[in-house]
Design a protein around this ligand. Structure first.
Ligand code: PHE
Length: 434
């Protein structure tokens, strides 16, 4: 089902970079280490490996397959399966838009932190939050995303992802090496990698692994389906997915080494959770030698990872407006840029003087939990059910294996059709009970 005229990736490598750019994000550097630290360290790594190479891989293959087959964005793709499933696509667009809005708010903080450390004018998180800078940086981040997406898939998203990820690796490797040589780093690595075997039988830990896989691999929202829709190259989706997952895993693993080395070199608390990046690490950087150089580099690292992810989320509602309503890319990007900025304002102001709270919790945390723990898995489950049960099984099997030398047997696809949605539902229930 090739629709001519749809924009295409400039090259297959460019597609891989864009997808890796989407996957590698703030979730790898900031979220993964503390989730692993709280859930059994080395043992969590084992569980996570199992989850990403079964569930994560199946889901990613499903998204790419549908995108490549229908060559359109998520709402129209689901409509092509059955007209009545447009709402499921719309729900995915809504969740993605919501995540985009607070993800960009966090990137705004990261940008400010970079600017503060680069100019040597760092202040505490509290002081920073009370200023106007969170708003200013959020606006800058929204504008940057808008400009990249407006430039197009090939000359905007693909180029930025490629150079962004290369630069990212170029900064991450030396930073990790420096971290590992700090006094105390050994204990950090031990804490990170020593397995707590009791967690293997803990359903909460498995649920955490599923949640982390969803977020880190960028699956469940239709973002990768959208990227797959620009794939004109005759390339296999299964091996592409393996490459992307491998890269994402490697970055998460190394990020753990880096973060725990830094944290333990200062006897800081490894289970700090969400404030790790904005409170604990700055404190660490202020005490270590070379801290003045490491701090800005660390925030650039986060920024690069984050922007190559946020543009993938940004592109999803933009492509939906283009394909469903016939908007031009420029018009769609302007609308999404402004709307996401407005929608993200409460998140950006969560810790500010305005102090926006819902039942005592900061808005950003509420939105993050609601969308991450429930919104994302729910739309993901619905998508998996629609895509695997209502799309003809023969077509699905054929499309998964198209251009691929190694073929996935039809039997395995039958198993995945049941297992993938079921696993998401079980994860949701586990979270609800916990
Ligand atoms: N994978 C990104 C991260 O780890 C976040 C993301 C989720 C991006 C979903 C796109 C879609 O930070």
């Amino acid at each position: 089902m090739q629709v001519t005229g749809r924009e295409k990736w400039g090259s297959y490598g460019g597609f891989l970079f864009a997808a890796i750019g989407s996957a590698v994000g703030v979730g790898n550097i900031w979220r993964f280490p503390y989730v692993a630290g709280e859930n059994g360290g080395g043992a969590f790594l084992g569980i996570y490996l199992v989850v990403v190479f079964t569930f994560g891989l199946s889901f990613m293959v499903l998204e790419f397959t549908l995108g490549r087959y229908y060559q359109t964005s998520v709402i129209v793709a689901l409509q092509k399966i059955r007209k009545r499933f447009a709402w499921a696509g719309a729900a995915m667009v809504a969740v993605t838009f919501g995540v985009l809005s607070y993800y960009m708010a966090i990137l705004g903080w990261i940008l400010s932190y970079f600017a503060m450390y680069a100019t040597g004018m760092a202040v505490s998180f509290e002081e920073y939050s009370q200023s106007w800078y969170p708003l200013l940086s959020f606006a800058v981040i929204a504008a940057v995303n808008y400009l990249i997406v407006r430039t197009g898939v090939r000359s905007g998203i693909e180029k930025v992802s490629k150079y962004g990820i290369l630069l990212f690796v170029g900064i991450m490797v030396p930073l990790t090496a420096i971290g590992l040589t700090l006094p105390g780093a050994g204990e950090g690595v031990t804490f990170y990698l020593t397995p707590d075997a009791t967690v293997f039988s803990d359903p909460q830990v498995w649920a955490a692994a599923f949640g982390q896989a969803f977020f880190s691999l960028s699956i469940g929202m239709g973002v990768l389906l959208t990227y797959g829709s620009y794939l004109g190259q005759k390339r296999p989706v299964v091996s592409s997915s393996l490459v992307i997952i491998g890269a994402d895993l490697a970055v998460s693993f190394v990020a753990g080494l880096m973060i725990f080395s830094f944290v333990f070199s200062n006897d800081a608390n490894p289970a700090e959770g969400t404030t790790l990046v904005f409170k604990v690490l700055p404190q660490v950087f202020s005490t270590i030698e070379l801290g003045a150089v490491i701090a800005p580099l660390f925030f650039v690292l986060l920024l690069l990872a984050g922007i190559t992810s946020s543009i993938s989320m940004f592109q999803l509602p933009v492509s939906a407006l283009e394909d469903s309503l016939g908007f031009s890319r420029r018009k769609a990007a302007s609308i999404i840029g402004i709307a996401a900025f407005v929608a993200g304002l409460p998140s950006a102001l969560s810790y500010s003087a305005v102090d926006l709270r819902v039942n005592g919790a900061a808005v950003l945390d509420v939105v993050n939990d609601a969308l991450g723990d429930y919104g994302l898995p729910i739309v993901g489950a619905v998508f998996a059910i629609v895509a695997t049960w209502f799309l003809d099984k023969k077509i699905l099997t054929e499309q998964v294996n198209l251009y691929s030398r190694v073929k996935v047997p039809a039997g395995l696809i039958s198993v995945a059709r049941v297992a993938v949605p079921l696993l998401i539902v079980v994860t949701l229930l586990t979270q609800l009970v916990g």
